[in-house]
Design a protein. Structure first.
Length: 256
């Protein structure tokens, strides 16, 4: 089995309870430290944080609205961006996570897994990833699947890994589809679907997805008789990668 790369970036998105998301108005902290992919953000968000501006703005906002998970989380993000106050980020993420803020729970999982601001503890990382994953936070679902696949902080369980990868893949996380396809290809998951059934599912795919998955499977030497579920996840993963899809679409997908 090829070496796995654990894909754990601190994705500073938010997905928090309505009460804590709505009990503070838009502040300069939102404008300077919200993440652009945060579905609960109250400002457009920034990919790169200007810590010199964001930290004082977020500290002021948190002092004015001390029970607001969104602001705690964004202050944690501002601290983390400097690279020099990981402990402060950990404390703010914890404040938000304990209020049920899924992105902060995911961030704590990352910090525990990487040993940033706290001693490395994969079991604790799994606890926080699970809390976020159970709220539907896609990156945490992927991370939890990865922990199960590799066996870090939890007993290795390919079936459990596949379940979480599936949930993440359905939300557009391309890496989840890639990992699922690889686990099927390497024999970690059952391939008990009859070939005829697989071909039936195969032919239901839209032409562009069919072309993409066909080329991906051929390139990787993966046999056609994968389970229909595996094919579906790989197809969605391919289709989400527009650059690769455009290349695949130019090929003629002969049906074997």
């Amino acid at each position: 089995m090829r070496k796995l790369t654990v894909f754990f970036a601190v994705v500073v998105l938010c997905n928090i309870t309505n009460a804590s998301a709505q009990n503070a108005p838009v502040t300069d902290c939102d404008r300077l430290a919200a993440h652009p992919f945060d579905p609960q953000r109250k400002a457009p968000g920034v990919s790169r944080i200007n810590a010199n501006m964001a930290i004082p703005a977020c500290e002021t906002a948190v002092s004015q609205y001390p029970n607001n998970a969104r602001l705690n989380y964004q202050l944690g993000r501002a601290y983390y961006s400097t690279g020099g106050n990981i402990r402060g980020a950990f404390e703010q993420f914890t404040e938000a996570a304990e209020r049920g803020y899924a992105a902060a729970q995911n961030a704590l999982g990352v910090l525990y897994h990487q040993g940033q601001g706290v001693p490395r503890d994969d079991a604790r990382a799994v606890v926080w990833y699970r809390k976020a994953a159970e709220q539907g936070f896609a990156r945490a679902q992927f991370a939890l699947g990865n922990m199960y696949e590799i066996g870090m902080g939890v007993r290795r369980d390919y079936t459990e890994a596949a379940g979480w990868y599936g949930k993440a893949g359905e939300q557009g996380i391309k890496e989840a589809g890639d990992r699922l396809g690889t686990m099927y290809a390497e024999g970690h998951l059952r391939r008990d679907a009859p070939v005829a059934d697989v071909q039936g599912e195969w032919q239901k795919l839209p032409p562009n997805e069919y072309a993409c998955i066909d080329q991906a499977l051929r390139n990787e030497g993966v046999p056609m008789a994968l389970s229909a579920e595996g094919l579906g996840f790989r197809a969605r993963a391919c289709a989400s990668n527009k650059s690769y899809l455009s290349q695949c679409a130019r090929s003629s997908p002969g049906r074997d």
